[in-house]
Design a protein around this ligand. Structure first.
Ligand code: FE2
Length: 199
């Protein structure tokens, strides 16, 4: 199986997971195994969804479940690009496809201020997870100064439409945002003639 068929297969299997009525933890556990399979090969993401922007990181929607139970997004980091400290408010899975991503987790104290926790690098083929109430605050950066990095994220909602926040790590000051997406189009998963004999 090559090309977009890998993403189609992932979307089909992730949708089927929801039919099993799993709780959040089990869904993430099973979903992580599917994502690990998806990012084990770097031969399927169309170039237009892996294109860096010169000034800021990009987030391209690859698929949104029709019931908005989950969404699949490619994050494309140009050299040196990073997010501010932010939250998600829904569960998430991060699968590294290309390059290297550096994540610093934060804990929030009762007074609203943040403390930086562990910093870790995600290598191609690896999958990390986040969940509200567990580890929902982080800052993410391209760990490579001279190359584009690409990761595939799955969230428990239509993440581009979720109202969430960025934070000033020093003061804890919160700023609401809705991320949206970097492109108005999604990949066509369904032209099976493209993969005849390869599925
Ligand atoms: Fe994030």
């Amino acid at each position: 199986m090559t090309s977009i068929a890998r993403l189609r297969d992932f979307v089909t299997r992730f949708t089927a997971l929801h039919e099993r009525g799993l709780d959040r933890e089990a869904l993430q556990h099973e979903g992580a195994a599917l994502l690990r399979e998806l990012v084990a090969q770097d031969d399927w993401l169309p170039e237009e969804f892996a294109r860096p922007h010169p000034e800021r990181y990009s987030q391209y929607l690859l698929h949104c479940d029709p019931l908005e139970r989950f969404s699949v997004v490619s994050f494309v980091w140009g050299p040196g690009q990073k997010t501010p400290l932010h939250d998600h408010r829904v569960w998430g899975l991060i699968g590294m496809l290309r390059g290297r991503e550096r994540e610093t987790q934060f804990a929030r104290d009762a007074d609203g201020r943040f403390r930086a926790g562990e910093t870790s690098d995600l290598e191609p083929g690896e999958v990390a997870s986040l969940a509200p109430g567990v580890n929902d605050y982080h800052q993410v950066a391209n760990a490579l100064a001279d190359r584009t990095s690409v990761s595939i994220h799955v969230y428990g909602d239509n993440i581009g439409g979720v109202s969430r926040a960025t934070y000033d790590p020093e003061t804890g000051t919160e700023k609401s945002f809705i991320s949206g997406y970097s492109s108005a189009v999604v990949p066509n998963l369904w032209d099976r003639s493209k993969n005849k004999g390869a599925d």
